[in-house]
Write a protein that binds this ligand. Sequence first.
Ligand code: GTS
Length: 210
Amino acid sequence: MKIYDWHTGPYPARVRIALAEKNLQAQVSFVSVDLWKGEHKKPEFLALNYSGTLPVLELDDGTLIAECTAITQYLDHLQGTPTLTGSTPREQGVIHMMSKRAELELLDAISTYFHHGTPGLGPEVELYQNAEWGFRQRDKAVRGMHYFDGVLRKQAFIAGDTFSMADITVIGGLIFAGLVDLQVPPECTALLAWHGRMLERSSVQNWQTL
Ligand code: GTS
């Protein structure tokens, strides 16, 4: 398998963490796509992923799978434990919901802030920017942090009692928050404590060096 990604990207981090959790690192090779040069918007890359985003998984038969959620589901079904996307229909439903919520309320919001409320990837790549929209999305992400703090006051992980894809999505959000200097509010003590626990996982410590 091949993974097209960029080694510091928060979305690629999600797949790299999933790979390490599933102990599948040895089965993939990475192809670097330079976001800062806009390689992900060039026709050759758009032929791999119409959306022009990273990461993309290419299977040995040439099948292309984009979107972190889809890639994580594929990897999760390949082998072993931990199960990242749930075993029972109930677990699967809750994990999918919470991971999507982590995208909507945190990770995607911070990404929009990066692309619109900051210089983003620079003028050669950012062809349209709307700063007001970016700042609104930054504020939405901070509200999201408060939401996830509330969730973690009642349970150990984002989707319940076990580590899952939903935790990885929130981790991606906090990786992106770090890149844009967006702090988790100090009163979000449950979110901060959970993050400390997540940072103890080797998958979360080592994703940049896979
Ligand atoms: N919904 C997509 C997914 O889940 O895979 C979003 C992927 C995404 O936005 N990836 C970022 C990207 O390609 C990579 S990174 O920001 O984490 O490095 N961004 C470039 C762009 O121009 O949007």
